[in-house]
Design a binder for this molecule. Structure first.
Ligand SMILES: C[S@@+](CC[C@H](N)C(=O)[O-])C[C@H]1O[C@@H](n2cnc3c(N)ncnc32)[C@H](O)[C@@H]1O
Length: 454
């Protein structure tokens, strides 16, 4: 086999997150977007000592594990739901296998493996989506939706999508028609010209409140007032609680803002988890599947056990959801740390809103802020971003010598790497349970209980 060869591979399995693999002439070949049991035609793109990589060209034979219906019309183009063709029960088995394999590879000794909890709903579960403006193909019509697979510029205009509800589609459709009619160009990342960048929509699953944030460059060749009125006239099932316009002239292709104007209503939406209320501001992290988050937090609560009179740290706390659940469950005191200042203000405000006086949330980097904590924790909960915990921060967390740590992870490769360090420091991995927060996508949440008895 050599570069550019066309080969036929039977997909044996998929390693996290999207590394389908099979064997050709006894050699392992990795190919993206494959489903176990499929036979695909692919072209070899890399051949190195570390392995062979191929790009899928076509599916020659479908897999018996594939679903018969319910795949959206954009699947082959959209970079969103990679596992969409898999039947849901097969997706759950695959995710469980992947995490188990990663922990085994790192020699993590798990005392009790407790399986995977399915999401309450496989469809329409997202409470947040960031859509991009672009063109359908080079110099084609203005498009608004998800980036195409393996493309940095082209966008699939979403007409149907399994993981968002109908209000998102109405907002996309209305917005696209509005800007197409006015001939407003999208922002071209390479040329740094044009206007439209992103449309962020957040919708509370429990409250139905919808927050829309239009992100453009400072070139604004349209009336923001007309844009607002167009949105307010849409026949939505939920209620628009805020329409924002953010200006972002940065070169990086990320949703952030130099300046935000509230065109209508307020700059946050309210969501409920269990019987607690959370104000979520536009750039604050909040779990993107509300009903799934309740299941995830139920696992955290179970692993934390009886927290009465315990001192709890909630590290990487976002808007303080986990910390407040612990505070409500009777913790003596909860201290949370979070990088995003507006998430911390929201967390403190949310705690008062929920009548909880036993928790405090601090803004800053966990790596530095833990040095300022003087309490001795009985339980530390960590829920870091995808990259996991900074190695130096892990050292500081270990130094607290908390008898119990609950590690919530949204990326199993980072989790496996971090668990090695906790294990070397004497922590035992007592329990591991997975939660399928993001059905049809490659993502999965893992919750681990680590204990150290002195
Ligand atoms: C996966 S989220 C978890 C949030 C929260 N526990 C929840 O369930 O909603 C990770 C959070 O860590 C924050 N973060 C990222 N890097 C950080 C750092 N170095 N120090 C503190 N917080 C950080 C992010 O802003 C984000 O809110």
């Amino acid at each position: 086999m050599k570069k550019k060869d066309i080969i036929t591979i039977q997909i044996e399995d998929v390693a996290f997150p999207n590394k389908a693999f099979g064997f050709v002439d006894g050699e392992k070949v990795v190919v993206k977007n494959g489903i176990p049991g499929q036979t695909v035609q692919a072209q070899i793109i890399k051949k190195r000592s570390s392995g062979i990589e191929a790009r899928q060209q076509t599916v020659l034979e479908h897999s018996p594990l594939e679903r018969q219906d319910g795949v959206c019309s954009h699947y082959t183009l959209c970079g969103g739901c990679t596992y969409q063709p898999l039947r849901h029960e097969e997706e759950l088995k695959l995710k469980e296998r992947q995490v188990k394999r990663l922990l085994e590879q790192e020699k993590i000794n798990v005392k009790s493996w407790e399986g995977i909890v399915p999401a309450p709903s496989e469809t329409a579960y997202r409470n947040k989506c960031e859509f991009s403006f672009g063109d359908e193909e080079k110099n084609g019509d203005l498009a608004l939706g998800m980036r195409k697979r393996m493309s940095h510029y082209e966008v699939v205009s979403l007409k149907d999508c399994n993981i968002i509800d109908k209000d998102y589609l109405k907002i996309i459709e209305g917005t696209l028609a509005f800007f197409q009619e006015k001939n407003v160009p999208f922002y071209h990342k390479l040329r740094h010209e044009g206007s439209l960048r992103h449309l962020v929509v957040r919708k509370g699953a429990a409250t139905g409140e919808i927050l829309v944030n239009l992100v453009t460059s400072s070139e604004v060749p349209f009336s923001a007032e007309e844009f607002k009125n167009m949105l307010l006239a849409l026949p939505l099932c939920g209620t628009l609680c805020g329409i924002l316009h953010s200006v972002n002239d940065s070169v990086a292709d990320v949703v952030r803002s130099d300046e935000i104007t509230t065109l209508y209503g307020r700059d946050y939406f309210v969501e409920k988890l269990f019987d607690l209320e959370f104000k979520v501001s536009v750039y604050s992290f909040f779990q993107t599947n509300t009903k799934g988050a309740e299941k995830l937090y139920a696992i955290v609560k179970d692993f934390a056990g009886n927290v009465s009179d315990k001192m709890v740290f909630d590290l990487y706390c976002g808007t303080g959801t986990i910390g407040q659940i612990m505070a409500e469950a009777g913790s003596k005191k909860v201290v949370g740390i979070e990088l995003v200042e507006e998430a911390v203000s929201a967390a403190n405000e949310n705690a008062s809103r929920n009548g909880l006086s036993n928790c405090t949330f601090i803004a800053g980097d966990v790596l530095q802020k833990v040095d300022e904590l003087t309490d001795k924790p009985d339980l530390i909960i960590v829920d870091p971003p995808r990259d996991g915990i900074h190695p130096k921060a892990i050292g500081k967390i270990i130094d607290f010598a908390a008898p119990e740590i609950v590690y919530v992870s949204c990326k199993p490769t980072s989790l496996a790497r971090d668990l090695v360090i906790f294990q070397q420091a004497g922590y035992k991995v007592e329990r591991v349970k997975l939660m399928d927060m993001f059905p049809r996508t490659v993502h999965v949440e893992s919750v681990c209980l680590l204990t150290k008895r002195c």
